[in-house]
Design a protein around this ligand. Structure first.
Ligand SMILES: C[S@@+](CC[C@H](N)C(=O)[O-])C[C@H]1O[C@@H](n2cnc3c(N)ncnc32)[C@H](O)[C@@H]1O
Length: 277
């Protein structure tokens, strides 16, 4: 179903803006076909596409995966509260819109460490919608985030939670501590919707050139092998069918999505296997 575009146009006078430097959130938004970007972002994204022409398909695939996974967690698992970590600029279809289609009472906390994302998310959201809020926080401080008052006022810690971690750990150098904390702290029957860029199929020169684009955007890019991604979850997390794999092949709606691309995101829906004592 098509929804009204969830865009609030960025004003170049916004004080959170530096339009002369590219920004990782806006590069992603440009690749997704959004409107909120500037010449510096477009130039960086086009440089990225020169090195990695598959990247536009990859980010679109990852976003479509997130949408399918959100619908799945509400419709199939009956979970209706979400924390979208590293949510990015508002897209055409955002987590709360998808979740509330399946359950109008679904609640969503959007989290990002980029102040600009917060400005846009707040401008886009219906301020009277008590089911949604925005928290500016760094996911590397996941303990602090989970204790945040705004988050706690919307998310019940006695019910299962869905944490969305899509296309964000690619910007985090030590993701294991985040996964570990989620494993320890998430309530019983919670799940993580996970997707991360995978280096399998890429050569070191391609990876280095991609990293350079993001370094200029003031963001570290950490592309991990499939093995390294699996290791983050090994032994303590249970992947729901069909498991961790290329996001295109995760419960695709049509066969078209299962056509292969050179590289892309690995993803899946996973739950903590063992509860802390
Ligand atoms: C590539 S976008 C992904 C957006 C969205 N999750 C998606 O799947 O379409 C990455 C987002 O993560 C945010 N981000 C990167 N590092 C972060 C961190 N340490 N803490 C919180 N947000 C972060 C960026 O600001 C950006 O908005």
């Amino acid at each position: 179903m098509s929804r009204p575009a969830a865009h609030a146009h960025i004003s170049p006078t916004d004080r959170t803006l530096n339009v002369s430097s590219p920004n990782a959130a806006r590069i992603h938004h440009y690749l997704l076909g959004g409107r909120n970007h500037f010449a510096s972002d477009r130039a960086a994204a086009e440089n990225l596409l020169k090195v990695a022409p598959w990247m536009r398909d990859a980010v679109v695939d990852s976003r479509r995966f997130l949408e399918r996974a959100v619908s799945y967690t509400v419709a199939e698992l009956g979970i209706s509260q979400f924390v979208d970590m590293g949510c990015g600029l508002p897209a055409q279809d955002n987590v709360h819109q998808i979740a509330q289609e399946a359950d109008p009472a679904a609640r969503v906390v959007y989290v990002d460490n980029n102040p600009l994302v917060g400005v846009h998310a707040r401008a886009t959201l219906d301020r009277n919608d008590a089911r949604v809020s925005v928290v500016e926080h760094d996911v590397r401080d996941v303990d602090g985030l989970l204790a945040d008052e705004t988050l706690r006022s919307l998310i019940s810690w006695t019910d299962p939670i869905v944490v969305c971690l899509t296309a964000v750990l690619d910007f985090v150098d030590k993701p294991a501590a985040i996964i570990d904390t989620l494993w320890k702290k998430l309530p019983q029957d919670s799940v993580v919707i996970f997707a991360s860029l995978c280096s399998d199929g890429l050569n070191p020169s391609e990876i280095a050139q991609m990293r350079r684009v993001y370094t200029k955007a003031d963001a570290g890019l950490y592309i991990r092998s499939g093995k390294a991604i699996r290791t983050l979850f090994d032994g303590r997390w249970d992947w729901q069918s069909p498991g961790l794999g290329p996001v295109r092949t995760w419960r695709p709606i049509s066969d078209v999505q299962s056509q292969a691309i050179k590289a892309g995101f690995l993803g899946g829906v996973t739950s903590p296997l063992r509860r802390p004592i």
